[in-house]
Design a protein around this ligand. Sequence first.
Ligand code: GLP
Length: 241
Amino acid sequence: MIVKILENYMELSKIAASMVAGEIKRDDKLVLGLATGSTPEGMYAELIRKFKAGEVDFTDVTTFNLDEYASLAPDHPQSYHFFMNKHLFDHINIKPENINIPDGCSSDLDHECYEYDLRIEEAGGIGLQILGIGTNGHIGFNEPAEMLCVHTHLVDLSAETIKVNSRFFESFDQVPRKAVTMGMGTIMHAEKIVLLASGKSKAAAIRQTVSGGLTTAFPASLLQLHKNVTVLLDREAASLI
Ligand code: GLP
């Protein structure tokens, strides 16, 4: 793992965006794995700026998002479809047919999960995967558990995740209890991974990610097994390492 400690959130966002833009320059047909949550918002803003300045071109890029809430329609303001359109896709020149986000409303979610992995495989696998991290060590929505799933699957969200994510909803009861997420295998097969974390609330999770023992009770710890992971942190997220 390469750990980079940046001065603040803005620096972290700029470096993350430069890494994405650099990969697209290297391979204009990049298959890019994307994350939601507040952490990557700054990176997306910087990517939009770079696009408008002619510094990056998304024409042939394909994207796969990590996850989506089950039962939230794409036009629901808290769905990850809505988030991605608002924070990135509506502002760049990516082709709509190259955007992939799990369909949490599918009437056959098992089939949707199977199909999603197939689509990733057919695209040639993920070249660069962007990750955030939950305070409980989840990546995507792979929650701490006795056993972790390899493939894209339907997951019950943990009480901690429901509580943390309730800040985006009007009430706790409105937070979906289930989600579709790429599995740990899907994520670990990415050629390169960049994990972003910002703020004090992530410091303990980052310590466990970079130097804790490997355990399914802390899914991000498994990233230590991957051969090409860069962890970008601001000073606060790095304060316990
Ligand atoms: C959600 C997403 C994760 C994300 C996490 C952290 O639960 N499923 O992919 O990493 O939130 O979010 P934030 O960046 O807002 O702390």
